[in-house]
Design a protein around this ligand. Sequence first.
Ligand SMILES: NC(=O)c1ccc[n+]([C@@H]2O[C@H](COP(=O)([O-])OP(=O)(O)OC[C@H]3O[C@@H](n4cnc5c(N)ncnc54)[C@H](OP(=O)(O)O)[C@@H]3O)[C@@H](O)[C@H]2O)c1
Length: 271
Amino acid sequence: MKTSALPTGTALITGASSGIGAEFARQLARRGQRLVLVARRAERLEALARELKQVHGVTIECLSADLAETSGQELVAQRLQGTPPVEWLINNAGFGSGGLYHETKAPKQMAMIEVHVKATARLIRAVLPAMVQRRQGVIINVASIAAFAMVPTSAMYSSTKLWMVGFTKALAAELEGTGVHIQALCPGFTHTEFHDTEEYRHFNRQVVPSFCWMTAAEVVRQSLHAVERGSGVFIPGWFNRLMVLGMKMPGVQSLGKWYARRRWHGSPSSP
Ligand SMILES: NC(=O)c1ccc[n+]([C@@H]2O[C@H](COP(=O)([O-])OP(=O)(O)OC[C@H]3O[C@@H](n4cnc5c(N)ncnc54)[C@H](OP(=O)(O)O)[C@@H]3O)[C@@H](O)[C@H]2O)c1
């Protein structure tokens, strides 16, 4: 779909309390857009809201919600159907986990389906009818390049992100000509709090060469630029695009599988 001018109204961002979500908030506030910030940590949202109101003078609502819970999903869905109307929905909330599936904690795996899949599907369903009716809107689903690599030790993460990519592609086809843009944003290694959890305690960022990493600011800048050009799957950064190309080559998937298993069993990060 080719670009028309994108709407400049209210943007609702999930996972806005840190990382990529907070950066979407910063860059959209800079454009003067009204924001609805969603995450569990209310104090983080309030602090960001204060900062952005002060710097950009924009109106900001904060909504504390746990998107792993149906009640949290419904709270946000309700706001999406309220006023003022939401013209941008950024489904960014998410988290990773590692380990062989049969050894992982079941509640965390189920929560991942809730946050990555169910919340994304529910929130889009809540907001899309009005976007189609108004003939304008932007939806960005933050997936990952992991969607293109089904490797051991991140089965649920990779496959829920693959769902996000597939769902976005199908909706992009449905929405052609409606004026609604939809993007599956697939970042690679990005400097955020993503790897600061207990499960990644032995993950050493230094092991990954610096050219493989992007800042959240650059990921968001490229995503916003790409969505202006139209809908579809977008991979920020030349290295990430190269990685995804490489993943399709015979032999590379096998190498990835071997490396992931070896890393998990051969390192102190094994659970
Ligand atoms: N960083 C990377 O290397 C990387 C690479 C590829 C894709 N991604 C994707 O980028 C997205 C953003 O992650 P990030 O890198 O910015 O990590 P981050 O700094 O850890 O941010 C994650 C955000 O998701 C929110 N969140 C997590 N679980 C939630 C829940 N149950 N309900 C509501 N909000 C929840 C967190 O807020 P609260 O804790 O306050 O709820 C936080 O705001 C994720 O979808 C991730 O999969 C990241």
